[in-house]
Design a protein around this ligand. Structure first.
Ligand code: PHE
Length: 406
């Protein structure tokens, strides 16, 4: 009968760090003492490093999502610790690879909370994985910040879950606005991943926005993550007379779709969302993806000083250009550190509330203000075009309520 430490799911008599938590901890300590276990009391140590958890796809078909995010997180942690940490305490990060699998994401978050006893969690990238992991974090009352999951459901899980990126109702609008105003398109076909909440949601959001602007969806086709043959869908799309294909998927599938589309003589541009954001996109898609567009969270050409400093620092640490995930991982970590400094304690409730009251934080991906009611951030999007295999800034799209006269 070992003394179980610390974390109990919500609904149990003891919250992790509250008054009840301390009572429960005292009981656990007593139990441990009686059992001769010599266990430490639960909850974060008042001194020593602060442990933060991270989960992401470090392997699998979306591996660059987790890898880039981790690079951004570690760059931020290095800077924060160099500048004195959180009231003198350094931040330490424990990272698990969920391999891009839903079940692994849930398991990773459970381990971070119950085994490692982290005070907060950074992750995931893919919305479906943030939904799986977020449910666990919410249940245990541990704050989680998703750097980059844009699906509406992620923060709807509950008050422990925030994000520092925009949401897909806006991203779909941004894609539609670009297609309508910049490309002057009226007939678009959609090809989406029916297995990903992100892709399904973005397809709905784009459809709503684009038809609202007077456009027509001339074909609406689906695939499943990992599919290798898209010829039936692409044939339908070709016959429908689309001027462009809206393709709200993740980069590996998108690269494969582009290759097949060009082979089948489908030459119209493709428009995607942030799920395209990977150096691997052009490695897979090659010339087939050249000239296509996607909405994203930042572009490295932006002149803002936050962007230029980050690009330089990232480059000197990793020898590569940071993608949007790296920028969002960096921003999420700095928002978390800022909230830790402002929070009266590192208890879940306090810290979650401090995160949710983030206002006007100067992020690489724009000014970050989290709406305390929805825990979403309202930010502009950029549109980039794939040029010589790399994303190039094309346009900035403001949220509709921030547009002049809107
Ligand atoms: N927004 C995507 C999702 O929610 C994840 C993503 C963000 C991918 C940014 C690439 C860049 O699933």
């Amino acid at each position: 009968m070992s003394a179980e430490r610390g974390r109990k799911p919500a609904g149990s008599p003891a919250g992790p760090y509250g008054l009840m938590g301390r009572w429960w901890g005292a009981i656990a300590m007593l139990a441990a003492a009686c059992a001769g276990g010599g266990e430490q009391p639960p909850g974060p140590e008042a001194t020593g490093p602060i442990l933060v958890g991270e989960y992401g796809s470090l392997t699998g078909s979306e591996a660059t999502f987790g890898q880039s995010t981790h690079n951004g997180v570690m760059l931020a942690v290095e800077e924060i610790n160099k500048a004195g940490g959180i009231n003198g305490r350094t931040i330490e990060v424990k990272t698990y690879d969920d391999q891009g699998k839903t079940q692994e994401a849930g398991t990773a978050v459970t381990r971070l909370i119950t085994d490692d006893k982290v005070v907060a969690i950074l992750g995931e990238v893919a919305s479906g994985l943030s939904i799986a992991g977020g449910r666990v974090a919410q249940q245990y009352g541990v704050p989680m910040i998703s750097p980059s999951s844009t699906n509406a459901q992620v923060t709807e899980i509950g008050d422990m879950i925030s994000r520092v990126c925009f949401v897909d109702s806006f991203q779909g609008y941004a894609g539609a606005k670009f297609a309508t105003d910049h490309l002057k398109l009226t007939k678009v076909a959609i090809l989406y991943d029916q297995t990903a909440p992100y892709s399904k949601g973005l397809r709905d959001d784009f459809t709503k926005a684009f038809t609202g602007m007077g456009g027509t969806i001339v074909a609406d086709q689906a695939y499943s993550r990992g599919d290798q043959d898209f010829s039936a869908q692409l044939g339908t799309i070709r016959d429908a007379g689309a001027e462009a294909i809206y393709l709200p998927g993740y980069y590996t599938d998108v690269g494969n779709v582009a290759l097949q589309a060009r082979k089948l003589g489908v030459t119209v541009p493709m428009i995607g969302g942030d799920g395209w954001d990977s150096a691997k996109l052009a490695e897979i898609g090659g010339s087939a993806i050249e000239g296509s567009y996607y909405t994203n969270h930042y572009a490295k050409e932006e002149a803002r000083p936050e962007v230029q400093r980050f690009v330089t620092d990232y480059h000197s640490k990793y020898g590569a250009d940071p993608d949007g995930l790296a920028a969002l991982g960096y921003d999420a970590t700095r928002v978390l550190a800022d909230a830790m400094k402002r929070s009266p304690s590192l208890a879940g409730k306090d810290l979650a509330a401090a995160i949710a009251s983030t206002a006007d934080f100067p992020g690489v991906t724009g000014r970050i203000t989290i709406d305390p009611a929805t825990r979403n951030a309202n930010k502009p999007a950029v549109v980039v075009q794939v040029k010589n295999g790399a994303p190039m800034f094309v346009a900035s799209i403001l949220p509709p309520d921030a547009a002049p006269g809107g």
